[in-house]
Design a protein around this ligand. Structure first.
Ligand SMILES: [Zn+2]
Length: 90
């Protein structure tokens, strides 16, 4: 495998809808690839996970909403998260 550094500005999707769609798909991909237990992931697999993560970070136009998560037994905690990539914010 060649070890070129990735130029993140190369051929970016430039239409808002296709960016959003690509982020959604990456998010879906991330959900699936994370099913593989960490101990079964080789270096290349982990790199791909990182790349997917970075892609989402780079291109997601966060749509941040407030929500409350319930913490048993009777606490609820307000959180902010993005409805596209599900990243949480303080
Ligand atoms: Zn986001």
């Amino acid at each position: 495998m060649e070890n070129k550094s990735v130029n993140e500005t190369e051929d970016p999707p430039n239409d808002d809808d296709s960016i959003l769609e690509s982020v959604r798909l990456m998010q879906t991909a991330k959900t699936y690839i994370q099913y593989l237990p960490t101990q079964l992931q080789n270096e290349e697999y982990k790199k791909i996970c990182d790349l997917v993560e970075k892609y989402i970070e780079t291109y997601c136009k966060h749509n941040i909403v407030y929500d409350e998560i319930d913490i048993p037994p009777d606490n609820s905690k307000p959180i902010r998260y993005c409805t596209h990539c599900y990243k949480t914010f303080k």
